[in-house]
Write a new protein. Structure first.
Length: 353
């Protein structure tokens, strides 16, 4: 098992921001609710995430090498062939992801689409230590992983980790982390709800896993005795999972024509992409049909880049997703439908009219 060398001052860790909770009816079918919780943090595949790095002349602690380390980390995720894209912008109001380098605030990020609920003048990610070291480069990959919608792997309920809780609390309450007990429980001891976890296995080599010194884990015994080494990059499972959620885009998606319903044969978490090239300029309605929870998003292609027009999320509600958008003749639009769940044998479909 490979790993990054332990810094002389000790491990400093990501303090991930709490996730928002979906507003679901208490009597909602548990399987349906579980799928909504798993999928809701993920972006619609094909989204362009714009990120803004706070320059050094605006905030101390962000010299160019630190900025370049974040750019390199975005490039490493993209190099896997995922369907998301990352574009750096100068205007905070144009950025879904706003990165700061406040050395007094540790390293942290919001998770997935929760960044959309953060005010444009507030950061969604921060780096609180040097990113040019091996551990710093892993940290940059880790925080971007949170922004892609991935939680901490060591909190996976399938890991079977039994902690020496008093020792863990003592370890992380001391420098360099100096966390409160609540922070220790939120970031380490708390196990994720099984309804929010994809898959059934644990990956101790994941970039989303903290390293741990020997003596903090009681079970599995091996990791209590040896500890968990720091990841030195993206693991094989990291690469497989991110490509499952964000596979490379089809070069020629099918077309969505007015008045014609298109069936969607999707598994939970799957996505359909369709192209609209309207013959007339007018307001169009686009909606899903069937007993399904979906996220429906419409983009207009502007200078080769998808620009968000409208979206609707019907998850957990007794309705279907529906948007009204003005489309112009001669332009190209992309409709993307991400399925949370379908609870009958009937087909899910999307229609333009």
């Amino acid at each position: 098992m490979s790993g990054t060398d332990r810094p002389a001052e000790g491990w400093t860790y990501c303090d991930v921001r709490p996730r928002s909770a979906p507003d679901l009816a208490p009597d909602l079918n548990p399987r349906r609710a579980s799928l909504i919780r798993v999928v809701r943090a993920k972006w619609v595949n094909g989204t362009v995430l714009h990120y803004r790095l706070t320059p050094a002349d605006e905030q101390a602690g962000g010299p160019p090498p630190q900025l370049d380390a974040v750019r390199d980390a975005f490039a490493a995720w993209k190099a896997l062939g995922i369907g998301l894209d990352f574009v750096e912008v100068a205007d905070p109001a144009a950025a879904e992801v706003r990165v700061t380098f406040d050395q007094s605030d540790g390293s942290w990020s919001y998770v997935g689409r929760d960044v959309l609920g953060i005010a444009h003048d507030e950061p969604t990610m921060n780096f609180g230590w040097d990113l040019t070291t091996p551990w710093g480069r892993v940290t940059a990959l880790h925080e971007i992983g949170h922004t892609l919608g991935f939680p901490h792997e060591h909190q996976n309920p399938n890991a079977g980790i039994v902690w020496d809780e008093p020792r863990v609390i003592a370890e992380f309450s001391a420098p360099p982390n100096s966390w409160s007990e609540a922070q220790v429980r939120h970031n380490i001891l708390r196990k994720l709800d099984p309804a929010e976890v994809e898959g059934s296995t644990w990956d101790p080599e994941s970039v989303m896993h903290y390293p741990f010194d020997p003596g903090l884990i009681l079970q599995p015994e091996r990791y209590g005795r040896e500890g968990v080494p720091a990841p030195d990059g993206l693991s094989e499972d990291d690469e497989a999972w991110v490509l499952r959620w964000y596979p490379g885009l089809e070069p020629d998606p099918p077309r969505l024509e007015p008045g014609r319903s298109v069936p969607l044969e999707l598994a939970a978490g799957g996505q359909a992409d369709l192209v609209v090239e309207p013959a007339a300029t007018r307001d169009y309605r686009i909606g899903t049909f069937g007993d399904a929870d979906t996220l429906l998003v419409v983009f207009e292609e502007v200078d080769g880049e998808p620009s968000f027009l409208a979206g609707d999320d019907d998850s957990g509600q007794d309705r279907n997703a529906l948007v009204t958008v003005r489309m112009r003749a001669g332009r190209r639009y992309v409709v993307r439908v991400r399925l949370y769940s379908a609870w009958t044998s009937g087909s899910t479909a999307v229609m333009l009219w």
